[in-house]
Design a protein. Structure first.
Length: 136
């Protein structure tokens, strides 16, 4: 698994660009929600829809009310990260040259690896420090 991390872009980057590329036949298929607990009204494994994505990206509940009491708008603040999880180049080559069955096996292994990585990130990396030198 190869992971790249960047600060997230504006929400429209993810919704407009991905839909346009996918429907033009040149991009990735639509994403699916990773939400094993079913929090925030999303169903684990269901397709990501633009309205729900925009709402959650901007920390709003289903009624449009803030999910957070105060959202401070500091320059240093990073509200989200864009994490890309990719198979190594060698695996991509085998997928590209492989039979239908080989491709399905690789895709299944990639999905399992992504879910395992997201579960680890959810356990170990979804915390933040509050205030200057504050507690976690």
């Amino acid at each position: 698994m190869v992971a790249t991390w960047n600060s997230a872009a504006a929400s429209t980057y993810y919704t407009r660009q991905r839909e346009t590329e996918y429907y033009a036949g040149s991009g990735e298929p639509p994403g699916v929600w990773y939400a094993p607990a079913g929090d925030f009204g999303v169903v684990d494994g269901s397709p990501v829809d633009r309205i729900t994505f925009d709402r959650l990206y901007h920390a709003l509940d289903e009624n449009g009310d803030p999910l957070l009491e105060k959202i401070r708008r500091h320059k240093e603040r990073t509200s989200a990260f864009d994490i890309t999880l990719s198979a190594p180049r060698s695996v991509s080559l085998v997928w590209g040259l492989g039979s239908y069955d080989t491709k399905r096996l690789i895709e299944s292994a990639q999905r399992k690896a992504v879910r395992a990585t997201l579960a680890m990130l959810e356990r170990e990396a979804t915390w933040a420090r509050r205030g200057c030198n504050g507690p976690f």
